[in-house]
Design a protein around this ligand. Structure first.
Ligand SMILES: O=C1O[C@H](COP(=O)(O)O)[C@@H](O)[C@H](O)[C@H]1O
Length: 231
């Protein structure tokens, strides 16, 4: 099941998504005394991050992690950690606890083991998971042609972080498994632009998940998917 939320501007989308996320985190803190938030990287979320970072929440009770990461140091322009440090973990949200996926001085495989260990202390399921999508139909780091895609998309796989290498992924990737994302209490897909809307429509048509891994989320998520789109 999915709900499609369309906005006239990217700022209107950022405001609405920040409201929804702040509401979900507040409800989690009220229910369990703490909250968890897994966010995507890439270029799309900057405005949303900047907007969310100013929301007046008890951020010290929020644990933030990444849905996926590029295997590059946090100083790199390609690092999703770098993006969060600049745009989300600032203002009021600077008080949040951040759990990175990248580990320096390790192979990607060793980093995935460490990241799985360190993130398994975060309550399951995630209170909030925000996904992005590439124009090739990848989400998280579930890339078409990924060497580890079958395990990453296996709903029965152990929850955690795995590696993915794929022709169009650039560097090796670290990604939460689909099994760890599909039951987030609030699960959103944040996409912008006409091209991504067309890609989403193509993904809704029948076809193989391996060709457009976003289909796994559309077809097999346990939580209704909230899609936020603006031109
Ligand atoms: O590589 C990645 O790409 C997707 C989409 O990024 P965008 O730049 O098209 O917004 C992103 O969701 C993912 O976290 C990131 O690692």
């Amino acid at each position: 099941m999915e709900h499609f939320h369309s906005f006239e501007t990217r700022q209107a989308l950022a405001d609405a998504l920040a409201d929804a996320v702040a509401g979900a985190l507040t409800a989690a803190i009220k229910a369990r005394g703490r909250a968890s938030l897994a966010v995507s990287g890439g270029s799309t979320p900057k405005l949303f991050f900047a907007t969310l970072s100013t929301r007046p929440l008890p951020w010290e009770k929020v644990t933030v992690t990444l849905v996926d990461e590029r295997f590059v140091p946090p100083e790199s322009d390609r690092s999703n950690h770098n993006l969060l440090a600049a745009h989300l973990l600032t203002n009021a949200a600077a008080k949040a606890r951040f759990v990175p996926l990248y580990h320096a001085g390790r192979t990607a495989e060793e980093a995935a083991v460490l990241a799985s260990r360190e993130t398994c202390g975060i309550d399951e399921p995630f209170d909030v998971a925000i996904l992005g999508m590439g124009t090739d139909g990848h989400t998280a780091s579930f890339f078409p042609g990924g060497d580890n895609l079958a395990e990453a998309l296996d709903a029965a796989a152990t929850r955690g972080v795995v590696t993915i290498r794929a022709p169009d992924a650039g560097e090796p990737r670290l990604t939460f498994t689909f099994s760890a994302l599909r039951d987030a209490r609030f699960l959103a897909l944040h996409i912008e632009g006409e091209e991504k809307k067309r890609v989403l429509e193509a993904a809704r048509a029948e076809g193989r998940e391996e060709d457009m891994p976003i289909r796994a989320v559309l077809n097999r998520s346990l939580t209704p998917l909230e899609i936020f789109w603006a031109p």
